[in-house]
Write a protein that binds this ligand. Structure first.
Ligand code: HEC
Length: 168
């Protein structure tokens, strides 16, 4: 009698579990029909929409140098000029290891009375754009130049220094 009672309870519990399992299986099959994925796995409940790829996945925002220059910080440029001051003065006619940079913006290249130009700077004018190209890496811009300076890799550093030089 007692045994019968427990057997019935056990049977009931087993039966309930079986039904639960069946319901769960049914639900999984219903909700994840295509993948047969089991519960808990992430399945996107959406359609994949084909997006046209213009081949430009990474957007590179290139700010024109003129804009950088317009927004440049003359005081920051003056501080950065400390790197140049080892060889250059900003006084007219006062050359050091390098030629004076007084009014260099708009000046003809190789045009001061500095007696030691290497002859490897190009002919032309020191426009802001030309100075910018030069100061990225002088040795790349003018192979053989005697200006021993590694360059400023940061656009803003170059813009600030050129803005400072323009202000002289
Ligand atoms: C280690 C010394 C040294 C440093 C540092 C240096 N320069 Fe020069 N610079 C020179 C020399 C030397 C020349 C002459 C190059 C040649 O004739 O090839 C020169 C040439 C130049 C010229 C061309 C001048 C002309 O009359 O055509 C400019 C512009 C210039 N430097 C700007 C700068 C700026 C700006 C910095 C700092 C960011 C700087 N230089 C840092 C030594 C230096």
């Amino acid at each position: 009698m007692n045994t019968m009672f427990y057997t019935k309870i056990l049977g009931g519990v087993c039966g309930s579990l079986l039904i639960l399992l069946l319901v769960k299986w049914g639900a999984d099959t219903y909700y994840f029909p295509s993948t047969g994925s089991s519960y808990g796995e992430e399945v996107a409940a959406a359609y994949a929409i084909a997006v046209e790829d213009d081949g430009n996945t990474e957007e590179v925002v290139e700010v024109p140098f003129s804009e950088l220059l317009a927004a440049a910080d003359v005081n920051a440029g003056q501080r950065k000029f400390g790197k140049c001051a080892a060889c250059h003065t900003i006084e007219a006619g006062a050359n050091g290891i390098g030629p004076s940079l007084f009014e260099v913006v708009g000046r003809e290249i190789n045009s001061t009375d500095f007696g030691s130009y290497s002859g490897n700077l190009p002919a032309g004018t020191w426009t802001p754009e030309e100075l910018n190209a030069f100061l990225i890496n002088p040795k790349t811009y003018a192979p053989g130049t005697s200006m021993n300076f590694g360059g400023f890799s940061k656009d803003t550093d170059r813009a600030n220094v050129i803005a400072y030089l323009s202000s002289l």
